[in-house]
Ligand binder design. Structure first.
Ligand code: FMN
Length: 310
């Protein structure tokens, strides 16, 4: 049979392999299929990031990550002159912003070359708060003259308070499951991984027809872009306050410096405590909010599920 080979670039970052699980699951219909050439490219920071993180290291990346300051990464291994038919970006939100390795790529000259005029699909893996990061992603992609045609989200399925504990155990201790003998496994769920090839099939149909217009609605219908009103409200608070606190820390010193350690430590205590206290309150407010502001919440949920930028 005669067909034109379609080329897909998958640019991603992962520390523990969660992103790669999500990417492989979505891309299952493409892998090993002779009609497609899929190039995976892992962003490799020049300075290796720690895992598991020390408490101080974890919270010290906050200011530069929120401010979107790029760092150097190793040269890509692909041929950057390849004319890809589709680009997929696999990334994690870090402190409600795009994780620094992927953000560094997006701000690079090589991204300008590879993404110019291309349809792009983002695949996010996270605890549960990705809205702010994706808004920044939308901005970056517009600046790169590429078109965001799909967004797929793999969020941890536990409650906000449970995943607050399990994500910290995962990031700071490297414990993925059964923390303290009672907490559930952290990360992308098996149920989502099993369902993900269906999304891959939708992408394949869109790519074959060279028409991505309906893709995002189909992804939403498959429940792969859940926006929960309580998290929407909570993240809104964080997005307003984070840049202010990031400035406050940065003013004291540069990344890793002794001078800013006090402010970083305070942030490391205040953030989990605030989530702990605010989570139940915001959950109650968000249950009441639809009664008072149903149309507004519905509008916001719809906005974050689609790909244009306000
Ligand atoms: C520094 C840092 C900050 C994070 N901030 C967030 C966040 O704001 N929202 C969220 O949902 N998850 C957050 N996470 C969790 C990640 O999104 C993700 O679950 C984790 O990094 C595992 O993905 P990986 O194995 O692909 O690297 C954060 C993780 C790190 C390391």
């Amino acid at each position: 049979m005669c067909f034109t080979l379609k080329k897909i670039l998958v640019i991603y970052y992962t520390q523990t392999g969660q992103a790669r699980l999500a990417l492989d699951a979505v891309l299952k219909p493409f892998l090993g299929n002779p009609e497609y050439k899929v190039d995976f490219e892992l962003i490799r920071p020049k300075k290796q990031l720690p895992y598991p993180w020390k408490y101080s290291e974890f919270f010290d990346v906050f200011p530069e990550n929120v401010h979107g300051i790029p760092f150097d990464f190793e040269p890509l291994t692909i041929d950057i002159n390849t004319d890809y038919d589709l680009v997929i970006i696999g990334y994690q939100p870090w402190f409600l912003s795009i994780c620094r390795p992927v953000n560094s790529f997006l701000l690079s000259d090589v991204a300008k070359k590879l993404l110019n005029g291309k349809p792009v699909i983002t695949i996010i893996n996270c605890r549960n708060m990705w809205l702010g990061a994706q808004e920044k992603m939308k901005r970056c992609l517009l600046d790169l003259n590429s078109k965001l045609v799909g967004n797929i989200v793999f969020a941890d399925r536990s409650s906000n308070l449970t995943s607050l504990v399990t994500v910290l155990a995962f990031e700071l201790k490297g414990v993925k499951q059964n923390f303290m003998g009672m907490f559930p496994r952290y990360g992308v769920s098996d149920k989502d991984l099993e369902a993900a090839p269906q999304i891959g099939k939708l992408i394949e149909t869109a790519l074959k027809q060279n028409n991505f217009d309906k893709l995002q609605d189909l992804i939403v219908a498959k429940d792969f872009v859940t926006v929960k009103p309580n998290l929407l409200l909570m993240e809104g608070r964080g997005r307003a306050l984070f840049p202010l606190y990031a400035n406050y820390v940065s003013k004291k010193g540069t990344a890793g410096s002794e001078e800013r350690k006090g402010r970083v430590r305070t942030f490391g205590i205040v953030l989990p405590t605030a989530i702990l206290i605010l989570s139940p309150i915001i959950t109650i407010v968000s249950r009441l909010a639809p009664l008072i502001a149903y149309a507004k919440i519905k509008r916001q949920v719809h906005y974050y599920q689609q790909n244009s930028l306000k």
